[in-house]
Design a protein around this ligand. Structure first.
Ligand code: PGA
Ligand code: ZN
Length: 431
Protein backbone atom coordinates (compact mmCIF):
# COMPACT_ATOMS: atom_id res chain seq x y z
CA UNK A 1 0.00 0.00 0.00
CA UNK A 2 0.95 3.65 0.03
CA UNK A 3 1.33 6.16 -2.72
CA UNK A 4 4.31 6.55 -5.03
CA UNK A 5 4.53 9.97 -6.67
CA UNK A 6 5.82 9.55 -10.21
CA UNK A 7 5.76 13.19 -11.36
CA UNK A 8 5.33 16.68 -9.96
CA UNK A 9 4.71 19.66 -12.25
CA UNK A 10 3.76 23.26 -11.61
CA UNK A 11 2.87 26.26 -13.71
CA UNK A 12 2.12 29.94 -13.27
CA UNK A 13 -1.58 30.73 -13.77
CA UNK A 14 -3.80 33.72 -12.89
CA UNK A 15 -6.04 34.05 -9.85
CA UNK A 16 -9.45 35.75 -9.74
CA UNK A 17 -7.85 39.19 -9.28
CA UNK A 18 -5.67 38.68 -12.33
CA UNK A 19 -2.50 38.13 -10.32
CA UNK A 20 -0.18 35.18 -10.86
CA UNK A 21 -0.52 32.11 -8.69
CA UNK A 22 0.59 28.49 -8.81
CA UNK A 23 -1.09 25.42 -10.25
CA UNK A 24 0.39 22.09 -9.16
CA UNK A 25 -0.12 18.61 -10.59
CA UNK A 26 0.91 15.46 -8.74
CA UNK A 27 0.96 12.15 -10.60
CA UNK A 28 1.03 8.82 -8.77
CA UNK A 29 1.54 5.18 -9.80
CA UNK A 30 -0.99 4.08 -12.36
CA UNK A 31 -1.02 7.43 -14.14
CA UNK A 32 -3.61 8.92 -11.78
CA UNK A 33 -3.10 12.62 -11.05
CA UNK A 34 -4.46 15.47 -8.93
CA UNK A 35 -4.40 19.22 -9.51
CA UNK A 36 -4.51 22.17 -7.13
CA UNK A 37 -4.82 25.92 -7.69
CA UNK A 38 -3.28 27.97 -4.89
CA UNK A 39 -5.38 30.86 -3.52
CA UNK A 40 -4.00 34.17 -2.25
CA UNK A 41 -5.25 36.55 0.46
CA UNK A 42 -5.25 40.36 0.59
CA UNK A 43 -6.00 40.97 4.26
CA UNK A 44 -3.48 38.60 5.76
CA UNK A 45 -2.48 37.79 9.30
CA UNK A 46 1.16 38.69 9.93
CA UNK A 47 1.99 35.11 11.02
CA UNK A 48 0.61 33.32 7.95
CA UNK A 49 2.66 30.92 5.85
CA UNK A 50 4.78 33.13 3.62
CA UNK A 51 3.68 33.57 0.02
CA UNK A 52 6.82 33.69 -2.16
CA UNK A 53 6.87 35.91 -5.24
CA UNK A 54 9.64 36.63 -7.75
CA UNK A 55 10.05 40.34 -7.05
CA UNK A 56 11.13 40.82 -10.67
CA UNK A 57 9.50 44.16 -11.51
CA UNK A 58 9.73 43.42 -15.24
CA UNK A 59 7.08 40.69 -14.89
CA UNK A 60 3.66 41.19 -13.29
CA UNK A 61 4.99 44.08 -11.17
CA UNK A 62 7.15 41.65 -9.25
CA UNK A 63 4.22 39.29 -8.43
CA UNK A 64 5.31 36.45 -10.72
CA UNK A 65 5.78 32.95 -9.28
CA UNK A 66 8.37 31.40 -11.61
CA UNK A 67 10.62 30.86 -8.59
CA UNK A 68 7.89 28.91 -6.83
CA UNK A 69 7.27 26.81 -9.96
CA UNK A 70 11.00 26.04 -10.13
CA UNK A 71 11.09 25.11 -6.43
CA UNK A 72 8.20 22.66 -6.88
CA UNK A 73 9.71 21.06 -9.96
CA UNK A 74 13.30 20.93 -8.68
CA UNK A 75 13.86 20.83 -4.93
CA UNK A 76 10.45 19.52 -3.85
CA UNK A 77 10.24 17.02 -6.73
CA UNK A 78 13.68 15.65 -5.86
CA UNK A 79 12.49 14.98 -2.31
CA UNK A 80 9.00 13.60 -2.94
CA UNK A 81 9.08 11.82 -6.32
CA UNK A 82 10.11 8.16 -5.98
CA UNK A 83 9.52 7.04 -2.40
CA UNK A 84 6.28 5.37 -1.32
CA UNK A 85 4.32 7.63 1.06
CA UNK A 86 2.17 5.82 3.61
CA UNK A 87 -0.19 8.73 4.00
CA UNK A 88 -0.72 12.41 3.26
CA UNK A 89 0.35 13.03 6.86
CA UNK A 90 3.75 11.50 6.12
CA UNK A 91 4.18 13.50 2.90
CA UNK A 92 3.14 16.77 4.58
CA UNK A 93 5.56 16.14 7.46
CA UNK A 94 8.35 15.64 4.90
CA UNK A 95 7.41 18.90 3.15
CA UNK A 96 7.53 20.78 6.48
CA UNK A 97 10.90 19.22 7.33
CA UNK A 98 12.29 20.04 3.88
CA UNK A 99 11.28 23.67 4.29
CA UNK A 100 12.62 23.81 7.84
CA UNK A 101 11.02 27.15 8.85
CA UNK A 102 7.87 27.72 10.93
CA UNK A 103 6.21 29.79 8.19
CA UNK A 104 7.39 27.92 5.05
CA UNK A 105 9.36 30.96 4.00
CA UNK A 106 12.23 29.03 2.47
CA UNK A 107 10.28 26.99 -0.11
CA UNK A 108 7.24 29.31 -0.03
CA UNK A 109 3.87 28.54 1.52
CA UNK A 110 2.40 28.77 -1.99
CA UNK A 111 4.73 26.00 -3.19
CA UNK A 112 4.12 23.68 -0.23
CA UNK A 113 0.34 24.07 -0.07
CA UNK A 114 -0.05 23.40 -3.80
CA UNK A 115 1.88 20.13 -3.51
CA UNK A 116 -0.04 19.07 -0.39
CA UNK A 117 -3.48 19.75 -1.92
CA UNK A 118 -2.65 18.20 -5.30
CA UNK A 119 -1.21 15.12 -3.55
CA UNK A 120 -4.36 14.72 -1.44
CA UNK A 121 -6.41 14.69 -4.65
CA UNK A 122 -4.07 12.27 -6.41
CA UNK A 123 -3.95 9.90 -3.41
CA UNK A 124 -7.76 9.95 -3.11
CA UNK A 125 -8.12 9.19 -6.82
CA UNK A 126 -5.64 6.37 -6.68
CA UNK A 127 -7.80 4.85 -3.92
CA UNK A 128 -10.84 5.39 -6.17
CA UNK A 129 -12.50 7.69 -3.66
CA UNK A 130 -14.04 11.14 -3.69
CA UNK A 131 -11.84 13.61 -1.77
CA UNK A 132 -14.48 14.35 0.89
CA UNK A 133 -14.69 10.65 1.70
CA UNK A 134 -10.96 10.04 1.54
CA UNK A 135 -9.74 12.87 3.82
CA UNK A 136 -9.30 11.56 7.39
CA UNK A 137 -11.99 12.26 9.95
CA UNK A 138 -10.40 14.46 12.60
CA UNK A 139 -13.38 15.79 14.50
CA UNK A 140 -17.06 15.44 13.65
CA UNK A 141 -18.46 13.01 11.09
CA UNK A 142 -18.90 14.46 7.60
CA UNK A 143 -21.71 16.96 7.07
CA UNK A 144 -22.71 19.62 4.55
CA UNK A 145 -21.74 23.07 5.78
CA UNK A 146 -23.87 26.20 6.13
CA UNK A 147 -22.66 28.54 3.37
CA UNK A 148 -21.78 32.07 4.47
CA UNK A 149 -22.35 34.24 1.41
CA UNK A 150 -20.37 37.44 1.41
CA UNK A 151 -22.89 39.74 -0.28
CA UNK A 152 -21.45 43.17 0.59
CA UNK A 153 -17.72 43.78 0.34
CA UNK A 154 -15.72 46.55 2.02
CA UNK A 155 -12.29 46.98 3.58
CA UNK A 156 -9.39 45.86 1.42
CA UNK A 157 -11.74 43.94 -0.90
CA UNK A 158 -13.55 46.96 -2.35
CA UNK A 159 -13.05 50.59 -3.32
CA UNK A 160 -15.83 51.96 -1.11
CA UNK A 161 -15.60 53.55 2.35
CA UNK A 162 -16.92 50.59 4.33
CA UNK A 163 -14.42 49.80 7.06
CA UNK A 164 -15.93 46.36 7.69
CA UNK A 165 -14.66 43.90 5.11
CA UNK A 166 -17.43 41.29 4.85
CA UNK A 167 -21.20 41.24 5.37
CA UNK A 168 -22.43 37.67 4.99
CA UNK A 169 -25.79 35.92 4.99
CA UNK A 170 -26.01 32.39 6.40
CA UNK A 171 -29.16 30.26 5.82
CA UNK A 172 -28.81 28.37 9.12
CA UNK A 173 -32.39 27.08 9.01
CA UNK A 174 -32.40 25.71 5.46
CA UNK A 175 -33.35 22.03 5.25
CA UNK A 176 -30.62 21.14 2.76
CA UNK A 177 -27.51 22.67 1.22
CA UNK A 178 -29.34 23.11 -2.10
CA UNK A 179 -32.08 25.12 -0.37
CA UNK A 180 -29.42 27.19 1.45
CA UNK A 181 -27.79 27.98 -1.88
CA UNK A 182 -31.14 28.95 -3.35
CA UNK A 183 -31.85 31.26 -0.38
CA UNK A 184 -28.43 32.89 -0.75
CA UNK A 185 -28.87 33.46 -4.48
CA UNK A 186 -32.43 34.79 -4.14
CA UNK A 187 -31.44 37.21 -1.39
CA UNK A 188 -28.42 38.33 -3.44
CA UNK A 189 -30.72 39.20 -6.38
CA UNK A 190 -33.14 41.07 -4.08
CA UNK A 191 -30.25 43.02 -2.65
CA UNK A 192 -29.07 43.91 -6.14
CA UNK A 193 -32.51 45.21 -7.08
CA UNK A 194 -32.75 47.25 -3.88
CA UNK A 195 -29.34 48.81 -4.47
CA UNK A 196 -30.40 49.72 -8.02
CA UNK A 197 -33.64 51.29 -6.73
CA UNK A 198 -31.64 53.36 -4.24
CA UNK A 199 -29.33 54.55 -7.01
CA UNK A 200 -26.23 52.71 -5.80
CA UNK A 201 -23.78 51.00 -8.10
CA UNK A 202 -24.01 47.22 -8.17
CA UNK A 203 -20.32 46.86 -8.97
CA UNK A 204 -18.69 43.95 -7.23
CA UNK A 205 -15.82 43.58 -4.80
CA UNK A 206 -13.16 40.89 -4.86
CA UNK A 207 -15.36 38.17 -3.36
CA UNK A 208 -18.36 38.80 -5.61
CA UNK A 209 -20.37 40.85 -3.10
CA UNK A 210 -21.72 44.29 -3.98
CA UNK A 211 -19.55 47.26 -3.09
CA UNK A 212 -21.98 50.18 -2.73
CA UNK A 213 -20.74 53.64 -1.73
CA UNK A 214 -21.90 53.26 1.85
CA UNK A 215 -19.92 53.89 4.99
CA UNK A 216 -22.02 52.93 8.02
CA UNK A 217 -22.19 49.21 8.85
CA UNK A 218 -25.78 49.74 10.05
CA UNK A 219 -26.82 50.95 6.57
CA UNK A 220 -25.59 47.65 5.11
CA UNK A 221 -27.23 45.62 7.88
CA UNK A 222 -30.57 47.37 7.23
CA UNK A 223 -30.27 46.52 3.54
CA UNK A 224 -29.48 42.87 4.33
CA UNK A 225 -32.44 42.45 6.65
CA UNK A 226 -34.63 44.09 3.98
CA UNK A 227 -33.32 41.78 1.26
CA UNK A 228 -33.78 38.64 3.40
CA UNK A 229 -37.42 39.55 4.10
CA UNK A 230 -38.12 40.73 0.54
CA UNK A 231 -36.91 37.35 -0.73
CA UNK A 232 -39.49 35.66 1.51
CA UNK A 233 -37.18 34.35 4.22
CA UNK A 234 -37.27 34.89 7.96
CA UNK A 235 -34.36 36.20 9.92
CA UNK A 236 -33.29 34.09 12.89
CA UNK A 237 -31.76 30.71 13.70
CA UNK A 238 -34.56 28.87 11.86
CA UNK A 239 -34.17 31.09 8.83
CA UNK A 240 -31.32 33.30 7.63
CA UNK A 241 -28.78 34.98 9.90
CA UNK A 242 -26.04 37.53 9.28
CA UNK A 243 -22.30 37.05 9.85
CA UNK A 244 -19.66 39.77 9.82
CA UNK A 245 -15.94 39.81 9.18
CA UNK A 246 -14.89 43.35 10.10
CA UNK A 247 -11.21 42.28 9.61
CA UNK A 248 -10.38 44.79 12.35
CA UNK A 249 -6.59 44.53 11.91
CA UNK A 250 -7.07 46.55 8.72
CA UNK A 251 -8.69 49.57 10.40
CA UNK A 252 -6.67 49.36 13.61
CA UNK A 253 -4.50 52.48 13.93
CA UNK A 254 -0.80 52.40 14.91
CA UNK A 255 -1.75 53.46 18.48
CA UNK A 256 -4.12 50.47 18.83
CA UNK A 257 -7.33 52.48 18.39
CA UNK A 258 -9.87 51.72 15.66
CA UNK A 259 -11.34 54.03 13.03
CA UNK A 260 -14.90 52.88 12.24
CA UNK A 261 -17.38 54.89 10.24
CA UNK A 262 -15.38 58.08 10.77
CA UNK A 263 -15.15 57.66 14.55
CA UNK A 264 -12.13 56.69 16.65
CA UNK A 265 -12.87 53.96 19.19
CA UNK A 266 -10.63 52.24 21.70
CA UNK A 267 -10.81 48.48 22.02
CA UNK A 268 -13.58 48.56 24.65
CA UNK A 269 -15.46 51.08 22.51
CA UNK A 270 -15.35 48.71 19.54
CA UNK A 271 -16.61 45.87 21.76
CA UNK A 272 -19.50 48.14 22.83
CA UNK A 273 -20.21 49.00 19.20
CA UNK A 274 -20.27 45.32 18.15
CA UNK A 275 -22.54 44.52 21.10
CA UNK A 276 -25.03 47.17 19.95
CA UNK A 277 -25.02 45.63 16.46
CA UNK A 278 -25.68 42.17 17.94
CA UNK A 279 -28.51 43.66 20.07
CA UNK A 280 -30.23 45.15 17.02
CA UNK A 281 -29.57 42.80 14.13
CA UNK A 282 -29.82 39.02 13.56
CA UNK A 283 -26.06 38.52 13.70
CA UNK A 284 -24.90 35.05 14.65
CA UNK A 285 -21.13 35.22 14.03
CA UNK A 286 -18.40 37.86 14.03
CA UNK A 287 -14.91 37.14 12.70
CA UNK A 288 -11.90 39.32 13.52
CA UNK A 289 -13.99 41.79 15.52
CA UNK A 290 -10.68 43.03 16.95
CA UNK A 291 -7.14 43.27 15.59
CA UNK A 292 -4.84 40.25 15.64
CA UNK A 293 -2.60 41.52 18.46
CA UNK A 294 -5.36 43.02 20.64
CA UNK A 295 -5.41 40.07 23.04
CA UNK A 296 -7.11 41.97 25.88
CA UNK A 297 -9.75 43.17 23.46
CA UNK A 298 -10.38 39.60 22.30
CA UNK A 299 -10.82 38.49 25.92
CA UNK A 300 -13.22 41.35 26.61
CA UNK A 301 -15.20 40.61 23.44
CA UNK A 302 -15.40 36.91 24.38
CA UNK A 303 -16.60 37.76 27.91
CA UNK A 304 -19.21 40.09 26.48
CA UNK A 305 -20.51 38.16 23.48
CA UNK A 306 -19.01 34.65 23.57
CA UNK A 307 -22.14 33.07 25.06
CA UNK A 308 -24.46 34.82 22.59
CA UNK A 309 -22.77 34.51 19.22
CA UNK A 310 -19.81 32.82 17.54
CA UNK A 311 -16.54 34.80 17.60
CA UNK A 312 -14.17 33.59 14.89
CA UNK A 313 -10.40 34.15 14.88
CA UNK A 314 -8.73 34.54 11.49
CA UNK A 315 -5.77 36.97 11.41
CA UNK A 316 -4.85 36.14 15.03
CA UNK A 317 -4.93 32.35 14.61
CA UNK A 318 -3.86 31.86 10.96
CA UNK A 319 -5.04 28.21 11.06
CA UNK A 320 -2.09 27.45 13.34
CA UNK A 321 -2.93 24.57 15.71
CA UNK A 322 -0.82 25.98 18.57
CA UNK A 323 -2.30 29.47 18.23
CA UNK A 324 -5.75 27.89 18.32
CA UNK A 325 -4.94 25.95 21.51
CA UNK A 326 -3.63 29.16 23.10
CA UNK A 327 -6.79 31.07 22.14
CA UNK A 328 -8.93 28.30 23.62
CA UNK A 329 -6.94 28.37 26.86
CA UNK A 330 -7.27 32.16 27.19
CA UNK A 331 -10.90 32.33 26.03
CA UNK A 332 -10.07 34.50 23.04
CA UNK A 333 -12.94 33.84 20.65
CA UNK A 334 -15.09 30.73 20.26
CA UNK A 335 -14.13 29.49 16.79
CA UNK A 336 -11.33 29.49 14.22
CA UNK A 337 -11.30 30.17 10.51
CA UNK A 338 -9.61 27.36 8.55
CA UNK A 339 -7.60 28.39 5.46
CA UNK A 340 -5.24 25.71 4.15
CA UNK A 341 -2.82 28.20 2.57
CA UNK A 342 -2.57 30.17 5.82
CA UNK A 343 -0.80 27.26 7.53
CA UNK A 344 0.66 25.55 4.45
CA UNK A 345 -0.40 21.88 4.40
CA UNK A 346 -3.67 19.95 4.41
CA UNK A 347 -2.50 17.91 7.40
CA UNK A 348 -1.87 21.02 9.50
CA UNK A 349 -5.27 22.45 8.54
CA UNK A 350 -6.92 19.19 9.63
CA UNK A 351 -4.92 19.32 12.86
CA UNK A 352 -6.26 22.87 13.38
CA UNK A 353 -9.81 21.50 13.03
CA UNK A 354 -8.98 18.72 15.52
CA UNK A 355 -7.72 21.25 18.08
CA UNK A 356 -10.94 23.25 17.64
CA UNK A 357 -12.98 20.13 18.28
CA UNK A 358 -10.91 19.21 21.36
CA UNK A 359 -11.39 22.65 22.86
CA UNK A 360 -15.11 23.00 22.00
CA UNK A 361 -14.23 25.70 19.47
CA UNK A 362 -16.21 26.05 16.28
CA UNK A 363 -14.42 25.91 12.90
CA UNK A 364 -15.31 27.54 9.59
CA UNK A 365 -13.54 26.53 6.37
CA UNK A 366 -12.71 29.51 4.16
CA UNK A 367 -11.63 30.58 0.69
CA UNK A 368 -9.28 33.54 0.07
CA UNK A 369 -10.13 36.80 -1.66
CA UNK A 370 -7.81 35.79 -4.52
CA UNK A 371 -9.11 32.41 -5.72
CA UNK A 372 -8.99 29.93 -8.57
CA UNK A 373 -11.75 27.58 -9.67
CA UNK A 374 -10.23 24.90 -7.41
CA UNK A 375 -12.93 23.38 -5.18
CA UNK A 376 -10.72 21.69 -2.57
CA UNK A 377 -12.27 23.63 0.32
CA UNK A 378 -15.75 22.27 -0.45
CA UNK A 379 -14.54 18.69 0.10
CA UNK A 380 -12.48 19.79 3.09
CA UNK A 381 -15.46 21.46 4.77
CA UNK A 382 -17.59 18.32 4.32
CA UNK A 383 -14.85 15.95 5.52
CA UNK A 384 -13.99 18.15 8.52
CA UNK A 385 -17.63 18.01 9.57
CA UNK A 386 -17.42 21.53 10.95
CA UNK A 387 -20.75 22.63 9.49
CA UNK A 388 -19.61 26.01 8.18
CA UNK A 389 -17.94 27.39 5.06
CA UNK A 390 -17.42 30.84 3.60
CA UNK A 391 -16.62 31.02 -0.11
CA UNK A 392 -17.84 34.47 -1.13
CA UNK A 393 -20.99 35.59 -2.89
CA UNK A 394 -23.36 33.23 -4.71
CA UNK A 395 -21.94 34.75 -7.92
CA UNK A 396 -18.65 34.79 -9.92
CA UNK A 397 -17.11 31.58 -11.22
CA UNK A 398 -14.37 31.07 -8.67
CA UNK A 399 -16.88 31.48 -5.80
CA UNK A 400 -19.77 29.41 -7.18
CA UNK A 401 -17.35 26.63 -8.14
CA UNK A 402 -17.14 25.79 -4.42
CA UNK A 403 -20.90 26.01 -3.87
CA UNK A 404 -21.63 23.96 -6.98
CA UNK A 405 -19.20 21.29 -5.78
CA UNK A 406 -21.13 21.16 -2.50
CA UNK A 407 -24.34 20.67 -4.51
CA UNK A 408 -22.70 17.75 -6.29
CA UNK A 409 -21.56 16.25 -2.99
CA UNK A 410 -25.07 16.59 -1.57
CA UNK A 411 -26.52 14.89 -4.65
CA UNK A 412 -23.98 12.06 -4.36
CA UNK A 413 -24.37 11.64 -0.61
CA UNK A 414 -27.91 12.63 0.37
CA UNK A 415 -27.44 10.83 3.70
CA UNK A 416 -25.09 13.57 4.91
CA UNK A 417 -26.76 16.01 7.30
CA UNK A 418 -26.79 19.73 6.50
CA UNK A 419 -26.15 22.52 8.96
CA UNK A 420 -24.18 23.63 12.00
CA UNK A 421 -22.84 20.99 14.37
CA UNK A 422 -25.63 20.59 16.92
CA UNK A 423 -24.70 21.98 20.35
CA UNK A 424 -25.98 20.82 23.74
CA UNK A 425 -27.66 23.32 26.04
CA UNK A 426 -24.37 23.76 27.90
CA UNK A 427 -22.72 24.72 24.62
CA UNK A 428 -20.77 21.49 24.07
CA UNK A 429 -20.93 19.62 20.77
CA UNK A 430 -23.32 16.70 20.45
CA UNK A 431 -21.23 14.62 18.02
P1 PGA B 1 -8.15 37.51 2.46
O1 PGA B 1 -9.32 37.82 3.48
O2 PGA B 1 -8.41 36.25 1.75
O3 PGA B 1 -8.13 38.72 1.59
O4 PGA B 1 -6.89 37.44 3.30
C1 PGA B 1 -10.32 36.95 3.83
C2 PGA B 1 -10.64 37.09 5.29
O5 PGA B 1 -10.18 38.04 5.96
O6 PGA B 1 -11.34 36.24 5.83
ZN1 ZN C 1 -11.18 37.22 7.91
Amino acid sequence: MGYRITALCAMEILDSRGRPTVDVRVEVDGGVSGHAGVPSGASRGTREAVERRDGDAARYDGEGVHGVVATVEDEIATAVVGPVWDSLHELDAALCALDGTPTKERLGGNAVVGVSMAAARAFARSDGQELYRWLPQVAHPARLPVPHFNVVNGGLHAENRLDFQEFMIAPLGAPTFAEALRAGAEIYQRLKRRLQQLGFSTNLGDEGGFAPALQAPTDVLDLLVGAITAAGYETGPNGVMIALDPAASEFCQPDGSYRVNGTILDSAGLVDYLTVLVDHYPIWSIEDGLAEDDREGWELLTDRLGARIQLVGDDNLVTNPDSISEAIAHRRGTAALIKVNQVGTVTEALEAVRRCHQGEFGAMVSHRSGETTDTFIADLAVAAGCGQIKAGAPARGERVAKYNRLLTIEAQAPELPYGLVPRRRDGTDVS
